[in-house]
Design a protein around this ligand. Structure first.
Ligand code: ATP
Ligand code: MG
Length: 367
């Protein structure tokens, strides 16, 4: 993979020269490479038109190019796993705080200037003759080597308050504190409730990204410390156990349980698609019912519930020992079946019924 990405970037650089444009690998790729990590997501910014480079990747590598947006922006997926995001170098203007920016084509300097933090504003040329040469226009190397998160200008959080969430995420991921000026600006932006100008969806997207990190707990704690978490959900409860889970789906289910009575409100407030919340509602339903579940809980639900309540007795998680057919065979009819099974479910949950035979005897006493 290491060699492969170099060869591919070199080839794209040659094509850039042929097309008389300039191209750099920027953002997370340049940052991660500086700290000795390779990533498969590479942002490539181009001074000039991006289309020839995108066409080149599609033809040469049989790549898939997705979602051409305005401005020649595209995601190109290569068979080897590399994901290239092509963007034309641009300058951004925020017509008002937290609005999406107006953009115009520009050069590398403006493109780096519009970025969130100095650690993400390093560029590596991919052009022949200067392949992987660093363009460090905003002290990125210093930020990465010393390890701190610093905005590029004082209006950064006002222009785009999603950067508040990005700041705690990167700070937690790398263990880099906020720089002094950035911390002051951060607190000011929270005090001025800048994040409340963002749409719910944009806030949720940032929250989801935090939960996709391995160090979600640390990021949540930081967001909490600065009062940012309240913009996601007031008085959100969370704990370090969250980092024993690896998927977003599981983390959100654990969080939903931790919100107590407000669990369902929390999940609904995230506006997630239905598939994303099935596990949440499975565990919430179990907790509310205080009865044996009618059908077996999923493995994931059991894992989350045990994590949430380590002392939960295994019998509380066991599915109901009898089905409607069993009640029917014992002579229950119509509505009696449901109410008999309900009573059985409660008794089983309380640990009074340990096996199928005891369950049959219990139902008989209800006749
Ligand atoms: P990750 O490792 O999480 O992918 P990344 O730094 O690559 O981190 P991305 O969200 O992939 O982050 O964005 C790519 C680059 O785009 C960033 O490095 C940053 O330079 C820029 N960027 C992304 N979001 C913003 C934003 N809200 N404001 C300014 N610049 C941004
Ligand atoms: Mg990235």
């Amino acid at each position: 993979m290491k060699m492969e990405y170099k060869l591919i970037l070199k080839a794209i650089g040659l094509e850039a020269e042929r097309a008389k444009v300039k191209a750099w690998a920027v953002g997370g790729f340049a940052r991660d490479r500086f700290i000795g990590k390779t990533t498969k997501d590479i942002d490539i910014c181009v001074e000039g038109d991006t289309h020839s480079l995108i066409d080149f990747c599609v033809k040469k590598y049989g790549a898939e190019a997705k979602c051409f947006k305005a401005f020649g922006t595209a995601r190109v997926n290569l068979a080897c796993g590399l994901k290239l995001d092509f963007v034309r170098c641009r300058a951004e203007l925020y017509p008002k705080p937290a609005a999406l920016p107006k953009v115009r084509p520009s050069g590398l300097k403006d493109d780096l200037m519009r970025r969130d933090f100095t650690c993400n504003a390093l560029a590596l040329s991919i052009m022949p003759g200067e392949f992987l040469k660093e363009y460090d226009l905003f002290n990125s190397r210093e930020a990465i080597s010393k390890g701190y998160i610093e905005v590029l200008h004082d209006k950064s959080f006002v222009d785009d308050p999603t950067r508040l969430f990005r700041a705690v995420r990167f700070s937690a991921r790398f263990g880099w504190p906020l720089g002094k000026n950035t911390e002051r600006l951060f607190r000011e932006a929270v005090r001025e409730k800048r994040a409340s100008l963002l749409s719910r969806q944009r806030i949720v997207n940032e929250f989801v990204k935090i939960l996709r990190e391995k160090c979600s707990y640390k990021a949540l704690k930081l967001a909490d410390k600065y009062g940012l978490l309240d913009f996601v959900f007031g008085n959100l409860k969370y704990g370090s156990k969250i980092d024993t889970l690896s998927t977003f789906e599981e983390k959100i289910a654990l969080l939903s349980l931790m919100q107590g009575e407000r669990g369902a409100d929390f999940v609904s407030s995230l506006l997630l698609p239905k598939e994303g919340t099935a596990l949440c509602f499975e565990v919430l339903k179990w907790r509310e019912a205080k009865a044996a579940p009618a059908k077996a809980l999923s493995k994931k639900a059991v894992k989350i519930l045990k994590l949430y309540k380590p002392a939960v007795e295994p019998f509380k998680l066991r599915p109901l020992l009898l089905k409607a057919e069993d009640a029917l065979a014992l002579g229950f009819k119509g509505g009696e079946i449901g109410s008999a099974l309900k009573k059985l479910a409660k008794a089983q949950y309380r640990g009074k019924i340990k096996n199928k035979r005891a369950a049959v005897s219990f139902l008989k006493t209800l006749k």
